[in-house]
Design a protein around this ligand. Structure first.
Ligand code: PGA
Length: 257
């Protein structure tokens, strides 16, 4: 059990690598082989979200190494004429436990809004997938003092969530994603506290990860902030060496080292 600030976290912290639109089979196999050289301690959970094309081939090698598999997105319909889409049953069939929902790139580039995000969450739960719901404000919103209202609005998709639904939330300030900027420990602590409060109000008690330019050098500081129970890592998850360093640094923090 680790304790950070006001939050006691009996849950295993999660380090999840989101490869986004990167990776082909050969690179992925190499990555898994390198990752195996530095196995994660049991008290930390590790997951990888490669592109859809790599889910099936990576499922078994990752399972053998105790790494969970997740997808980066899902469509809510169960099957049919939805060209280019992937449904929850397909993700389960490919070996996924997790699915990212509401990532800012899908909100901003693909125009996904709360209504669709809600449907995706429900489809994930109905099919035994654990969604990682991403929330986060844009820079102008933070500068205008709107961070909390944006987060409240994004978290409102959980209003009708089934009781006890498997859930992880990731706080990812949009201005920190892929920019090399990270939220300060004060911003992370304050914002995670607000998110935990909102989750409690909505009847959920779940892990809240931090995401946005997490690197080996800043992992310990970010993971040491109250209310942070892991990380969603983009760019730095593409190399096994940096991803492993993040996992090891987060494991030390979670162990109270
Ligand atoms: P980044 O991406 O680590 O490259 O900033 C994080 C994310 O988008 O999940």
């Amino acid at each position: 059990m680790s304790q950070s600030g006001n939050y006691t976290s009996p849950r295993r912290h999660l380090i999840a690598g989101n490869w986004k639109m990167n990776g082909i089979l050969e690179e992925a196999q190499q990555f898994v082989a390198e990752l195996a050289e530095n196995p994660a301690p049991d008290h930390i959970e590790v997951a990888l979200m490669p592109p859809f094309t790599l889910l099936h081939p990576l499922a078994e090698p990752l399972r053998q190494k105790g790494v969970q598999l997740g997808a980066q997105s899902v469509y809510h319909e169960p099957k049919g004429a939805f060209t280019g889409s992937i449904c929850p049953v397909m993700l389960r069939d490919a070996g996924c436990h997790y699915v990212i929902v509401g990532h800012s790139e899908r909100r901003d580039i693909m125009g996904e809004a709360n209504e669709l995000i809600s449907k995706k969450l429900n489809a994930a739960w109905e099919n035994g997938l654990e969604p990682i719901l991403c929330v986060g404000e844009h820079l102008e919103e933070r500068q205008d003092g709107e961070t909390n209202s944006v987060l409240r609005q994004q978290l409102s998709v959980l209003e009708d969530a089934p009781e006890g639904a498997a859930l992880t939330v990731a706080y990812e300030p949009v201005w920190a994603i892929g920019t090399g900027l990270t939220a300060s420990p004060e911003q992370v602590t304050e914002t995670h506290a607000f998110i935990h409060e909102e989750l409690t109000r909505l009847g959920h008690d779940c892990r809240v990860l931090y995401g946005g330019s997490v690197k080996p050098e800043n992992t310990a500081e970010l993971m040491g902030c109250a209310g942070v129970e892991g990380a969603l890592v983009g760019g730095a998850s593409l190399q096994a060496e940096s991803f492993s360093k993040i996992v090891q640094a987060a494991a030390s923090v979670a162990a109270g080292a």
